[in-house]
Ligand binder design. Sequence first.
Ligand code: PAF
Length: 286
Amino acid sequence: MRVIHSVRSLHIWRRTQESLDIQVGFVPTMGALHAGHLSLIHRARKQCGIVVVSIFVNPLQFGPAEDLGRYPRSFIADRRLCREAGVDLVFAPRPDEFYPSDFQTTVMVNRLTRRWEGEARPTHFQGVTTVVTKLFTVVRPHVVYFGQKDYQQSLVVNQLIRDFNWDMRMIRCPTIRESDGLAVSSRNRYLPANQRTQAGLLSRALGLGVDAIKNGECRVRTIQSKMQKMLGKASDVHVEYLAVCDANTLEPLTQVQGTVVLLGAIRLGNVRLIDNRLAHCPRKIR
Ligand code: PAF
């Protein structure tokens, strides 16, 4: 497995791959790799001849009051996990080379970033789409792998790929969960033990919403109040949003129709957790 830190070396490496007619699969990450990332890497390994993983804690996607400084960094362990998972190349750009002092370009997807995470974290998606554009430009992958855990991010990046007519496809892989349903995330390690037990309630609440839809409940208010009631059981949970939206546009609905996504964000002390579930309305609304 090769590890490359400079953009120039990556360009040289990429040119040498060009003549070989091999699919390049790409898993962008911010490191602190966990089972969720590994599931993306394994999927890429199965489907592509070359697997590239990037490890880069992207400062542009953190707001001024967010956790950039304390975001977990574990490059040595990450490199070992990549090697064990059969990754061909780790690209870990140096922050000052990737964003030199005169860096001044940003990339923005508009409508899809207005609500939910975009509202809670106003500069977040612009940071994600800017770094992803840079990473895609240098890695030039054929297939990119994103987790359903960050559902809105996956839609935003898919839109970016379409809007720029990039010749690549995205594969959205299922969320990996702990035994109590908590979606695996790098930020779970911040949860103190007493709050960790309450964290699983978010996925249970979303699961309750999905069950209600499966049982024919189409009124979003009723579904939301069931989910809210479940989260109300936990004294430390502060709900930021619990929404039932169109699965493609992320516009909130009042009646469930077709495929919908249930989105949730909660705060547990200093830790912010997000999760989502897809559901399909079994009956037609007249
Ligand atoms: O999902 C993440 O880890 C990040 O948002 C990404 C896509 C690697 C961009 O920094």
